[in-house]
Design a protein around this ligand. Structure first.
Ligand code: NAD
Length: 510
């Protein structure tokens, strides 16, 4: 099988950038080569920021914060609503650029922008609901309450695979909460970041009253990210990426007592029980394991199947894996696009070799390419049947590899499920209410996301998103994730004439 790329991807990318209002000086003649994974070719050259300019951008954002924090929250929400409107207009163009820069399918590129719009809608409503509690006081004539205040500059470090949605999850909440934002996108995806910054600038102009530098973009490598990590002007850093990145970032944040939202790697599993609706499970597994060419943090990487349904399910999965269309993600029939780069391909092959040498049976996993595209890395997703959960099975390899294991007792399946260092997303396929409820209970899945009869990937923005253990413990997006972007003050108000002390303490000075 070969992959055929019809039109010039580079030319299309430049047209999309132009359409989105990014000036050509921003993506030509710079020192950072931007590749498209569709062909591997260089499609733009973006200028990276130097350390001094990054320091200045953070200081300007801090100055913007000092003004933004006194803008009433519903007015901040109106600005974010306008950002959502701009994104709505930009959706088809920005979505296509996401596809060209990351290699994800067009529907996924559009979906990523839809997610940005959704979180703007959510945050605009939230801007009128940043509510605190009133709390009964033990003292006569006293009242207690909580007040939520803006925090400062929120740093955002993002990964290549969700190049714009992760920014939006953080930005929309941070902005309505009264903060400024400074973004260090992945060095692999600066074009979509430039486009989003242009979109933000338009929304801010429409809103009026937005202080300059409220949203800054720092294009650069991890050293620029480290400036955000270490800056005393950044009280909260939301960092999305590998566990290795989190290991570097976490202790540095802790050293200066800064807050972190760490959204790191996953090693997500699903359990398929004897009563499962196998047709539904098959579709869910296929999307979770092969979607985005296995390059989602929530990608299904481990499948734990009851012995009674193992043969039937694996036979069907093999047939889907053998026939799935791999190719240009802009084509309607394609289901699996390219890996991001050669490094990713090598990591996949190394994991498969390790599995083979451990006695696993590997189906698929080979490179699918045309001799015209030596620098593009298309692969057939791999199914790897293993008898034990060791070695590479316990690691996240950011590629379409699904390790399959058999179980006999439900308790063993749960134990296998939780016996990895990561704790992001999980799923169970069962029609047995006891199994489903146990999976969701305190003794069940140890992940931040636990699903029943749907796959591990494709979360909605309404819920809090994030995971446990080496996934970092952060939560962003919906539910009450906004509280991390504000500081909480507990207020006690005495409206009486006496001064009773808490816990009956007496301290009479006369
Ligand atoms: P990566 O860790 O290589 O890079 C992520 C970002 O961190 C980049 O912007 C990079 O420049 C920056 N960075 C790296 N080291 C840094 C350091 N020491 N200090 C400051 N910044 C640093 O990840 P990637 O290859 O771009 O993305 C894939 C990884 O991201 C996978 O592990 C995936 O699971 C994870 N991911 C997690 C989530 C989540 O929400 N949990 C979402 C998307 C991706």
């Amino acid at each position: 099988m070969t992959v055929d790329i019809a039109t010039s991807v580079g030319q299309e990318a430049l047209e999309l950038l132009n359409h989105l209002g990014v000036h050509s000086s921003a993506y030509s003649g710079g020192n950072l080569n931007v590749h498209t994974p569709l062909t591997g070719e260089v499609i733009a050259q973006v200028a990276t920021i130097n350390a001094d300019d990054a320091t200045e951008a953070i200081a300007t954002a801090h100055a913007a914060f000092l003004q933004w924090r006194i803008v009433p929250a519903p007015k901040r929400g109106e600005m974010v609503r306008l950002l959502g409107e701009e994104l709505r207009c930009a959706l088809p163009v920005l979505g296509r650029l996401v596809t060209i820069e990351t290699g994800k399918l067009l529907s996924e590129g559009f979906g990523e922008v839809q997610e940005m719009i959704d979180i703007c809608t959510f945050a605009a409503g939230l801007s009128r609901q940043l509510t605190g509690l009133t709390i009964p006081s033990e003292r006569v004539g006293h009242r207690m309450m909580e007040t939520w205040h803006p925090l400062g500059v929120v740093g955002i470090i993002s990964a290549f695979n969700f190049p714009v949605a992760v920014w939006a999850w953080n930005a929309a909440l941070a902005l309505v909460c009264g903060n400024a934002i400074v973004w260090k996108p992945s060095e692999k995806t600066p074009l979509t970041a430039l486009a989003v910054q242009a979109i933000f600038t338009r929304a801010a102009a429409k809103a009026g009253g937005v202080p300059p530098g409220l949203s800054a973009l720092l294009i650069g490598d991890s050293s620029i990210g480290q400036q955000l990590v270490d800056s005393p002007l950044v009280p909260l850093l939301s960092a999305t990426g590998s566990t290795a990145m989190g290991r570097a970032v976490g202790p540095r944040l802790a050293a200066r007592f800064a807050r972190g939202i760490l959204e790191l790697g996953g090693n997500n599993a699903a359990i398929v029980c004897p009563s499962a609706d196998l047709g539904l499970a098959l579709r869910a597994i296929a999307f979770s394991a092969m979607g985005t060419a296995g390059q989602r943090c929530t990608t299904l990487r481990r499948l734990i199947v009851h012995e009674s349904v193992y043969e039937a399910l694996i036979a069907q999965l093999k047939s889907v894996y053998a026939s799935v269309v791999i190719g240009d993600p802009r084509d309607a029939g394609t289901l699996v696009g390219p890996l991001i780069d050669e490094r990713s391909f090598r990591a996949m092959q190394a994991a498969l070799d390790e599995a083979r040498s451990g006695g696993a049976t590997v189906t698929g996993g080979e490179r699918v390419s045309s001799k015209d595209l030596p620098h593009a890395f298309y692969v057939r997703p791999a199914l790897v049947e293993v008898s034990a959960q060791t070695g590479a099975v316990k690691r996240e390899t950011f590629a379409p590899i699904l390790y399959v294991m058999k179980y006999t007792n439900f308790a063993d399946a749960l134990a296998l499920h939780n016996d990895v260092p990561q704790g992001l997303s999980s799923a169970i396929f069962t029609l047995n209410m006891r199994e489903a409820e146990e999976f969701l209970s305190a003794t069940g899945s140890d992940c931040g996301i636990a699903n029943v009869n749907i796959g591990t990937s494709g979360a909605e923005i309404g819920g809090a998103f994030g995971g446990e253990k080496e996934t970092g413990g952060g939560r962003e997006s919906g539910s009450d994730a906004w509280k991390q972007y504000m500081r909480r003050a507990t207020n006690t108000i005495n409206y009486g004439t006496a001064l009773p002390l808490a816990q009956g303490v007496s301290f009479d000075i006369d």
